[in-house]
Design a protein. Structure first.
Length: 396
């Protein structure tokens, strides 16, 4: 985005941000314990544009393992079932280690049928995620017209059997990509887009990409792909992972230029240069990562193999045992992200995660840049807690 536009909209962005903070305080009746420092606030405002107040999508991924525990929320506009796995030959994986593949199996369960009825009652659109994560399988699939044709045949059967209104492609190739593979991927996306238009032009097509997809030479040629999809979902999380040697924010808005490899605003700025902002959904995590650390300090070393995923529900359970676990709440001014530390059996643990305050800033960014909306990974991780949904309701 043109930097002159940033400067032109500085005053508008400032007023909006201040108004947003005022609304935040009024809605939640709580004081911001650590206000955004001047440097962070100025960095935040530099990339803001004027919000057009268009209705935003609230897109939620529902992994099959959360099917029994998900509670549908009224703010949800799209639910995307995760997932059916694409094999190298284009078929959908039906078995795994001698058992029925769970993503395929759960699609036929009573729980899923009940979910369909609930979605229909609240007019939430249903989509299906097609996944492929193995590099060798991806290369074989993208090099084979026959494999792609087989997938399209299978997809036709799925769309006839279930009321899916959209298809989400989650093909994640690890590492940098060759020009040939990038070109093959564009051709595949164009092919499936054309196929869906011929079958039913109302079926939407979206694609998931890493946060750094526009900043590195990865499998996604975003300028070309953006012409053939309705939405690009930027998975703006996992900037630190369970195997990180140092604890840190899962979804930092800032700080990438000095504290960690990169951050959301840096990557989003690159993405907007290649994909129209009204086609971008910003992915946010309803989870965090938990590590055993050497102290309670920020950015502390982690113990090997101690990392694990911590759902928002688990984090609330820990916060409810504040005295027993000696919980301390912290805030990272650079990432605009919370974290907690606690003690158990003499060991210290640290969890970085998203709360209502950090989510508020991300939703404000969506409004200011006039992105298409927000994408949540993953439904069910919040349990029966409405804290994050209340922010979505009031912001979007």
């Amino acid at each position: 985005m043109n930097k002159k536009i940033y400067l032109f909209s500085l005053s508008i962005g400032l007023l909006s941000t201040l108004a947003g903070i005022f609304i935040w305080i009024k809605i939640y009746n709580t004081q911001l314990l650590t206000p955004v420092n001047i440097e962070s606030e100025f960095s935040f405002l530099k990339i803001l544009g004027t919000s057009k107040k268009q209705k935003k999508l609230v897109y939620g991924f529902l992994p099959y393992w959360n099917l029994k525990k998900v509670e549908l929320q009224k703010e949800l506009t799209h639910l995307s079932y995760f997932s059916l796995t694409i094999q190298a030959d284009g078929s959908v994986r039906l078995t795994e280690e001698g058992f029925t593949e769970p993503g395929y199996s759960k699609l036929q369960s009573d729980e899923f049928l009940d979910l369909l009825q609930d979605l229909d009652k609240q007019n939430t659109k249903l989509e299906i995620v097609l996944t492929q994560f193995n590099n060798d399988s991806i290369v074989h699939f993208l090099n084979s017209e026959k494999s792609q044709d087989k997938l399209l045949e299978t997809l036709d059967s799925v769309l006839l059997a279930y009321p899916f209104s959209g298809v989400n492609i989650d093909i994640e190739y690890s590492g940098e990509s060759t020009d040939k593979l990038r070109s093959n991927f564009v051709n595949f996306v164009e092919k499936i887009d054309r196929h869906l238009d011929e079958k039913d032009p109302n079926i939407k097509l979206s694609i998931d990409v890493y946060g750094s997809a526009a900043s590195r030479k990865m499998i996604w040629d975003l300028e070309q792909i953006g012409k053939h999809v309705d939405y690009v979902i930027m998975m703006a999380y996992d900037y630190h992972r369970r195997n990180s040697v140092v604890s840190g924010p899962v979804a930092p808005l800032f700080g990438g230029d000095s504290l960690w490899d990169s951050d959301i605003t840096e990557h989003l700025n690159d993405l907007i240069d290649q994909v129209p902002s009204n086609k971008i959904l910003l992915g946010v995590p309803f989870y965090g990562y938990e590590w055993r650390t050497t102290s309670r300090e920020d950015r502390e070393n982690t113990y090997p193999n101690s990392g694990s995923t911590a759902s928002f529900e688990r984090i609330q359970e820990i916060l409810n045992q504040k005295e027993k676990l000696e919980v301390q709440e912290h805030w990272n001014d650079d990432a605009l992200s919370p974290y907690i530390t606690y003690k158990q059996n003499g060991a210290i643990f640290t969890i970085y995660y998203e709360n209502s305050r950090s989510l508020f800033y991300k939703l404000d960014l969506i409004e200011q840049l006039d992105l298409a909306g927000v994408a949540i990974w993953a439904l069910g991780y919040e349990g029966d807690n409405r804290e994050l949904w209340d922010v979505i309701e009031n912001k979007l």
